[in-house]
Structure formats: C-alpha cells, structure tokens
Ligand binder design. Sequence first.
Ligand SMILES: C[S@@+](CC[C@H](N)C(=O)[O-])C[C@H]1O[C@@H](n2cnc3c(N)ncnc32)[C@H](O)[C@@H]1O
Length: 315
Amino acid sequence: MSHIPVMLSEMLDALAPFAGARILDGTFGGGGYASAILDAAPCTLWAIDRDSAAIARGAALAARYPGRLHVIEGGFGDLLGLLHEAGVDALDGVVLDLGVSSYQIDEPARGFSFLRDGPLDMRMGAQGPTAADLVATLPEAELADILYQFGEERMSRRIARAIVRARAEAPIETTLQLAAIIRGAMPPQRDGMHPATRSFQALRIRVNDELGEIERALSAAASILAPGGRLVVVSFHSLEDRLVKRFFAEAAGRTPGPSRHDPRGLAPSVAAEFRLLTPRALRPCDEEIRRNPRSRSARLRALQRLTPGTQGALS
Ligand SMILES: C[S@@+](CC[C@H](N)C(=O)[O-])C[C@H]1O[C@@H](n2cnc3c(N)ncnc32)[C@H](O)[C@@H]1O
C-alpha cells in the first residue's frame, strides 16, 4: 500500500514554494509532499528521512527532477549538520510531516502494527534498541512511565506489571504477543479503540526518541530559515502538537502573560522574529477524513520568519 499525503493542499498553501526557493522536506516518506512541492514551483528540494527504504524511493524520484531533488539519510533532529554537509546554509521553507508512513505501518516486518504479526522492532532507522529490547530489559517502573508519558495510557502500571510477568515466562518478541499481553491486562474498551493503541504509540515514541527529534528539529529549522522563510509542521498526536504549538508561540513572541487575563499573553512582543501563519492549527476537512481516515488526527501549524523592518506586514 502507498502513503496518501495528508493535508497536501493546506501544506502547499502554507509553505508557498516559489521559483528558486530552497526547501527542506524533513520527512520524505513516500515522497508525496516532495513531488507536490517540486511540481508547484521550479524550486530545489533537500529531503531527509531516517528510513533507508524511504531513501531508496527518493533516489528513484530524484531521476524525475534532475538536479532539483537531493535525498539525505538521517534524523531531522540533525538537519543542520546534514544540510551543512550538503553545502546548504539557508532555506526558504521547511516542512515536517511527523510520525510514520503507511509504508512503515503496513509492513509487518517493521513491527509498528498491533494488528499484524511481526518482530517487535518499531525503529524507523536501523540504529538503536528495538521495542523488543526495551520490553525485555526496562524495569517495570520505567516501562509504566513510558506508557503513561508517551501514550497517555491510564492503565500504564497494570500493563507494565503484565509485561514484566509475561517476560519472566518467555521472551516477548512479536507484535501480536505484546498486543495480547496488553489486551489481557486491560478491562474491555468502551471507546472502540484497540487496547494496545496507546502502548504501541508510547513504545514507538521512545524507541525513536520522537519528541527529542522534534525539539531539536524545530530550533534547527527556525535557525536556518531566511527572512520570509516558512516552517510547516503536520503532527498526529497531542504530544507532538503541544511541542510545536509552544515552540511556535514562543518564536512569535507569544509567551503567556503572568495571568490568563493579562493582555500581554496575546500580543506578539516587539522583538519577535517570527509570526504565526496559523493562529489556530488547521485540521483536515471532512471529505479528506472520509477519503483517508489516517488523516483524522492531523493538525497543521505554520510559522514565518519576519523580514527585518516588516514585522506583521508580510502576507
Ligand atoms: C508521515 S511520513 C511522511 C510522508 C510524506 N510527507 C509523504 O507525503 O509521502 C513520515 C516519515 O518521516 C520519517 N521520520 C520520522 N521521524 C524522523 C526523524 N526524526 N528523522 C528523519 N525522518 C523521520 C519516517 O521514517 C517517515 O518516512
């Protein structure tokens, strides 16, 4: 199955590629955003992904855009170093489409899905411990913390206890094995959500240090944007979106005032270098959610570096 790009037209509107623009797609994935950006304007695109399968797809796409698409394997948290090596020191646009692609979720061998059996891996790249390594070695309290913090799982302690009990009997090596242990530890779900949803999200975030990567990428992206340059982020769960929202608000000088009644919390400060292009996150329209249910939790936020002397006057 291929990956259907999420909020594609909203992303293009927010990124606004133009002739000669230098743009980074930090999450190449299936190349849906990348080809849409390259088709929208005669710009140059650098594309990062930490997944070698995505990089192989990128190499094939690069042949369709001679000299305009440069694909780089690595983590977007290290985008400054990766771009520096590629000779790029300023950008007019950066886009991050967070999370995993359908290629990754739908491939049982990658171990992301609790619906298909596969090795309990969950790594987007090839380095570091797998989910199976963490489940086999972490102390019960640390497992519970991960499930609670990164999955917002209220049953985290029960699930961690069940994992520790199960691993004493036999190693937990596959996705369905873990999903069954989680299901057995939880009361029946009333909301229709699979009982392993939150725990799998939590392990995936921890395995890939997803929140750390996002924090590093946001500051790096903001620092490399040229005046007028735009940063567009599409996130898929509240932990990601919270980081993006807070970073964007601070970059635009909208730090909260001393009380919520204090008007200083609402106005950008005089020294702000950025402005919010999306005062509120954009959501996919109903038609997109119907067409592509994976888009339902998407939120798009965009930020623009001000041109000195034109604060608030950019369109
Ligand atoms: C939702 S998909 C992107 C889909 C893409 N926009 C498209 O239209 O095909 C996310 C991609 O980002 C990659 N990714 C996630 N976190 C990353 C990171 N920290 N560094 C580099 N790539 C990352 C994943 O490997 C995955 O291929």
